[in-house]
Design a binder for this molecule. Structure first.
Ligand SMILES: Cc1cc2nc3c(=O)[nH]c(=O)nc-3n(C[C@H](O)[C@H](O)[C@H](O)COP(=O)(O)O)c2cc1C
Length: 184
């Protein structure tokens, strides 16, 4: 189910450097928990998000191939870091640097997923925005959703190959700060 009624306003909203936007989902990406920062920034009441698919806050400008990567990583049992632009209930948008991880039970079985999001590193954002614009344009030129995802995923993979990086290294290479944290 995709929300279709809200039009993006083009207005960006931000949150505090010391704040973390948290949500948890079940295996299907249905929201089971959202913290107060999530609710405030996205402009929802808790009762409006619990039980809803996480694409509730999907922004139409986000390239689909990023979410494909996210789900592929999670289903392999791996964490993923990604820059994401989300849409608030009123159509405003906010950028986050997300860390999404599988949640496991005592037997190591994946029982759901968990995401912590911080304010993005400012020096990374222009690079992310340029890349996402390219990927989105590729998706828009495709005749249907499956070929759109396939085409943008190919383009992203070609870009990573040309840089000699996997997606995680690429994400961390976008900011001087994260490069320092990685090599510290
Ligand atoms: C723990 C978790 C957190 C997620 N957080 C977001 C998010 O902040 N924004 C978003 O658009 N999608 C998020 N997703 C991905 C959505 O489930 C969905 O794949 C994405 O919005 C694309 O929706 P679509 O496939 O209907 O186009 C998250 C998924 C999981 C499992």
């Amino acid at each position: 189910m995709r929300r279709t009624t809200v039009t993006p306003t083009g207005r960006e909203v931000t949150f505090g450097d010391d704040e973390i936007i948290v949500s948890k989902t079940d295996l299907a990406g249905v929201i089971t928990y959202a913290n107060e920062v999530f609710l405030r920034v996205a402009g929802y009441e808790e009762s409006e998000v619990l039980g809803k698919p996480h694409n509730l806050i999907r922004h139409p400008e986000m390239p689909r191939c990023v979410f494909r990567l996210l789900w592929e990583s999670l289903e392999r049992g791996e964490e993923i870091f990604a820059y994401v632009m989300n849409m608030a209930k009123n159509g405003d948008h906010y950028w986050v640097f997300a860390h999404v991880t599988p949640s496991v039970d005592a037997h190591g079985r994946i029982v759901g997923y968990h995401s912590n999001r911080r304010v993005p590193y400012p020096d990374a954002l222009p690079k992310v925005q340029a890349l996402y614009r390219e990927l989105r344009d590729i998706e828009r030129a495709a005749p249907d959703a499956p070929s759109a995802i396939a085409a943008s995923a190919r383009a992203l993979s070609a870009r990573l190959d040309s840089l000699g990086m996997d997606y995680e290294r690429f994400v961390f290479s976008l900011s001087a700060q994260t490069v320092m944290e990685c090599t510290a």
